[in-house]
Design a protein around this ligand. Sequence first.
Ligand SMILES: [Zn+2]
Length: 462
Amino acid sequence: MKIMHDEALTQILPNQACLGLCVAFSDRYMQDDVAVLVSAEGMLIASLPAWQHHFLTLLNIVSQSNLDGIVVTQWCLANARTIRNLLHDSAAQEHQSSNSDSIKLDHTRAQQALEDLVQQALVLQASDIHLLFSPSHAALSFRVHGRLVGKVDRNRESLAGAIAAALNTRSEDFHELFDEQRLSSASISMSVLDGESIQRIRLRVQKSPTRNGFAVTMRLQREQSKILKLNELGLRTEVVRALQNILREPSGLLIVAGPTGQGKTTTLAALNAEIPATAKVISLEDPIEIIQPNIEQKPVIADHQELNFANMVKVALREDPDVISISEIRDEATAKAAFTASLTGHLVTATVHAHDTFGVLSRLLDLGLSPESLAQFGVVRGILAQRLVSSICLDCEGTDRGCPRCHGSGVTGRQLVCEFLLFDEKVRQALLSKQFEGCRSELLQQGWLALDDQLSSPESCV
Ligand SMILES: [Zn+2]
């Protein structure tokens, strides 16, 4: 590999497209003398520690640079401090250049500010970024394992600028000019450094006016998130086995229940991933949250005249599927379409917003399905109700201030708690006679694990 001496290095012009990425990476590992830049001519220049300990990241930066149109053809070794000086000089120089360039740089700056926020969120393992803009400042916080943490006040102008620039220039579906007082939602995709690798992140942005400003909530979605397997979700072994048995059935309904944000989508993806490749899975989702390469995922818009769930289920039925997955059954038409699909020889996986497994049955009855139709043999196969429970950090015992181990959140993760109702003859009879309570207490006497009991004492389920 060519060694580049300091003097030659100062003549190098960094490639602006991946400058932000190189600065972020080099700044993060400053103490380890790690630094990297890509030149405008396609030369990757990195310090020895970068080559030795972060080779994978360098490869990722190369592929990102290639994507941006600067193909890397040469690899060089250079001094970390000189590389870093060059990176920072380059950013500063561009700031001093012509007016149009400085507007462009403001955009770059704004995007960098947003990328920094996202990177911070990734370090914290946050699911959402919350921003509340008041006339004097912007209050920033992150949702980490279900808790709102890391509250700090930030400069209003720079963050508002970052959001506006990102929406105006980088969103695929934002078709208006940024206005603080308007209600809007949009998606933004970006590449950011996540540990050693570069992640494609999709932000779902929701903006709404408040009493004296506006609020922005951004949900982070990894474009290549790993699809967990059924036995990796944290379900009890016997529940995994029961679910796998149902997935081998040619038809019927398998329902996942729980409130919003309790991992239902992850479970549904794990169920669909269990279906063999010889079966065709059509998944109807509003919105698509986890990319599943092996199944046919279709975006649905719940309140759209044509693209709503009920209609899309009917369309799917004409497309010769074996399995239809419905991201949420929330109206009568969808409930009936799901029922029809399961009656006509299809396995249907779906989520329903309900407190527990028996709550799902009440919900389906409310949505206009009759007890007689639901109690038919082979229609409902099983219901899983789940919750994610915070695992308290053992180092700081979950105090409000947290500690370095939990990044100040007080929790180190979340654990799945569930109840599973196998739809057997006993449950069918209870449905026909609407004697849910009797059936439930009988199950409890036989050692059935109810969700509520586990929530009051989380230790009992592990
Ligand atoms: Zn802690």
